[in-house]
Design a protein around this ligand. Sequence first.
Ligand SMILES: *Cc1c(COP(=O)(O)O)cnc(C)c1O
Ligand SMILES: [Zn+2]
Length: 448
Amino acid sequence: MSKFIGYRCSVCDAAYDPDEVTYTCPRDGGNLDVILDYAAIMNYSVDELVLGDEPSLWRYLPLLPVPDPGGHSTPLRAAGWTPVFSPVPLAKKLGLRHLWIKDESSNPTASFKDRASAVLIARARQIGAEIIVTASTGNAGAALAGMAAAAGHKAVIFAPKTAPPAKIAQLQIFGAKVLLVDGNYDAAFDLSVQAAQEFGWYCRNTGYNPFTAEGKKTAAFEIWEQMIRDWRLDVGCSSSNIQCPISIFVSVGDGNIISGLHKGFRDLLELGLIENMPRLFGVQSDESAAIANAFDACTEEIKPVSATTRADSISVDLPRDGLRALRAATQTGGAYITVPDSEIIAAIGELGKVGVFAEPAGAASYAGLVKAVDDGLIGPEDPVVVINTGSGLKDVSAAMLAAGEAPVIEPSLDALRKLLWGSSRKKGVRRGRSPLRTPFFRANPFDG
Ligand SMILES: *Cc1c(COP(=O)(O)O)cnc(C)c1O
Ligand SMILES: [Zn+2]
C-alpha cells in the first residue's frame, strides 16, 4: 500500500502532493508534515500495522512514508527499538511512582539520530538520490554517515570544527566526506543547504527535510508499545479512563525530536490507537533557550539566541523546527523547561548511578525532570518517560566533569589499605568495620 499522500505546511496549512516539493514550504519556508492515508491505514489491524518480530524501527514500516529499504543484516536494520529501564533509585529520589528511561544510546551510531537517518536512506533509495548531505553538530552526521555506509550511499557532512572529537572520529571512520566548518552549527547549516542546491545533493538537514521527523516519530510508537499499553495493564487503568497521561521529557535543540514525537502520537491518535495525547516537555539549556524563551513569552515568534551551552547537540542559535517544537508542548499540556549547564553535568552523574551513560544533551532531559518535580509541574502519580538521546562516549570530557578524578595509588596492598581505612595498620583493619562503611565506599561524588 502507498500510504504517503502529501505534505502540509505547519505555518500556512497549504497542502502539497508528494512530488510537488522536497524540503520546506515554497511560500513561507515552513516545515512540512508528511501526510499519510489514515483512512486506508485504518483498515488494518494493529497486528498488521506493527511487525512484531522486527526488533527495530522497521517494525512500523506500514506507518512510514517509505518503502522497505532492504539492507538486511546491516546496521540500517538495527536503528530503533531501544530499551526502556525502570530506575527505581531515581524514581524514589524524585518521589515518582512510575519512571522510565528510554535509552537511545543503544542505536547503531549511539544516538537518537539513527532513527531519522535510517528513514532518510530509505527515502533517498526511493527517489534515486546517490549523494546525501547534512549539517550536523555531530550526531546527525554520524548517523547519516553510519547508515549511508551500511546502505552503500555517499554522505557529505558539514560539522562545526568545535564538534567533540569522538563524533568527528565517527564521521571519518564511516567513510563520509567530512568538512569541518570554521563557524557554528548555524553556519554549517546554511552552507549545506547552498551546497545541496548548487550540486543537486539530497539534503538531510534536521528541520528542513520532512522525512527526519517521520523517522523520529518511531520513538513515539515505541513508547506507546513499551509503556502506554503495558502501563495500562500494570495499574489497571481502563482504556477509556486514563486519568494521568504519560509525560515525556526530551532535550531540544532544533526541535525535530520533540516534533517527531508529537507527530508519532498524532498518528496514533488519528488511528484511534491512543485516546490521550501524552504531555511533551522540552528541555533546553539556559544557554541555548530560543524555544523556551518563546514558550515563556506565550508567543509563537522564535527569536534567535547566541548559544553557548556545553551540551553541543542542543547548542542552536536559530532552531530550524522551532514552531512545531513549541506546539509539541503547547498543544499537549506540556511545557518548556530550562536548566543551567551545571545541572546538566550533574544529571550525567545521576543517570550513571543507574547504569545509563549519557552525553550532556542526553542528560539534559533528566535535569529538566528534576526541575519540573521541584516546581510542582510533575506530581508523584504522573507517569514519566525520560529520553536519553545520546551516549556518554560521544563526549568523554563532559563525563569527566561529572565524574571527577580517580585516585592513583602505588601497586601495593599497604597503599590500598591506607586509601580504604585512612591507615595501613593491619590490626585496625582486622578489628575494623565492614569495608562498605569506610569513607572510601560511602563517598559518592554525585551526592549532596
Ligand atoms: C540532535 C540531538 C538532540 C536535539 O534534537 P533536536 O531535534 O535538534 O531538538 C538532543 N540530544 C542529542 C544527543 C542529539 O544528538
Ligand atoms: Zn507554508
